[in-house]
Design a protein around this ligand. Structure first.
Ligand SMILES: [Zn+2]
Length: 308
């Protein structure tokens, strides 16, 4: 048998059914720690949500400059899985499937499975905050039953407190969103209250995986810093959006305390620009792994090269 035909045979026997043709998972090593970014899909939102403290014409000009529609955006939504010290930590949980008019999001559960991650292997969940696009995946039918009984869900005490009586006076969300966010947060605490492990300012959930409360986007908003062997990566939650590099002072419509959000966003971007470490954020384009460059008083997002 010639070498050619034997390799043809091998090709045929290893042929597999195609997975989704657009990749939805990306693995990144941070020293000895494994980080996997998984896309929950994309969320359609009105483009005006990206900034509500500027002239509409200025916003439209920025969107057009980025080849984005001034009407509607497809907002990326990513989560991460981190493995360290024998623990498997899910950071945020995506949108879930409760909102049928958002069919392109809520993909997390089957994409976790496609990535070989069994829900029963998840030891910890970290919630950057309790907006529905970050907790909804755990409310999908059948998910709770697959999770371990000793699952720990880490969230800032201030976040849980905030959702007891949330203040929406400073947001600029599309109609219907405040009610949906209130309802989902309430439902989440009702379902998972007994598994919540709240912290005040900071908690180390596994070796080299530290959750720190920043506030801003919501009062208990938190980020996750991953550090091992000199490598560092920060999961920035909703402190950083695509527009936030060039315009860190634009108020995103989902920010409950926009001035504080600007302050903590700018401070995090300065830190990352100074140390050159990796950034991941739920609403940056998949896989959202980037570095931050200083550009005068503002910043540039420099996507990391894919390492195949
Ligand atoms: Zn979000």
């Amino acid at each position: 048998m010639s070498a050619q035909s034997s390799s043809a045979t091998r090709l045929r026997t290893t042929a597999v059914e195609p997975d989704e043709m657009v990749p939805s998972r990306y693995a990144q090593k941070v020293g000895a720690i494994d980080v996997l970014v998984i896309s929950d899909g994309v969320l359609p939102i009105p483009s005006r949500t990206i900034a509500h403290n500027i002239e509409p014409a200025v916003r439209t000009a920025w969107l057009e400059h980025e080849f984005l529609s001034p009407e509607m955006l497809e907002w990326p939504l990513n989560v991460a899985v981190v493995r360290s010290g024998g623990r498997t930590i899910l950071i945020d949980a995506g949108m879930g499937t409760e909102f049928p008019d958002l069919p392109k999001s809520g993909q997390l559960i089957h994409r976790l499975e496609a990535a070989g991650i069994d829900l029963a292997s998840v030891t910890d969940v970290v919630l950057t905050h309790m907006h529905m696009d970050h907790v909804g995946g755990l409310l999908v039918d059948g998910v709770k039953e697959q999770l371990r009984p000793d699952l720990r869900i880490h969230v800032a005490a201030a976040e849980v407190k905030f959702w007891e009586s949330p203040d929406f006076s400073r947001v600029s969300m599309p109609p219907g969103f405040p009610d949906a966010l209130r309802k989902t947060a309430k439902q989440f605490v009702a379902e998972y209250g007994s598994k919540l492990r709240t912290f005040e300012d900071e908690v180390e959930v596994a070796p080299g995986v530290v959750v720190t409360r920043t506030g801003g986007h919501t009062p208990g908003h938190s980020i996750v810093r991953v550090a091992s062997g000199g490598d560092r990566l920060t999961f920035a939650g909703d402190l950083v959006f695509a527009v936030g590099f060039e315009h860190p002072d634009w108020f995103n419509g989902f920010e409950h305390d926009p001035e504080e959000a600007v302050r903590v966003r700018t401070s995090l971007l300065r830190e990352l620009a100074a140390n050159g470490s990796l950034l991941v954020a739920p609403h940056l384009p998949f896989p959202s792994i980037a570095r931050v460059a200083a550009d005068g008083d503002v910043f540039r997002c420099v996507p990391a090269m894919w390492d195949y």
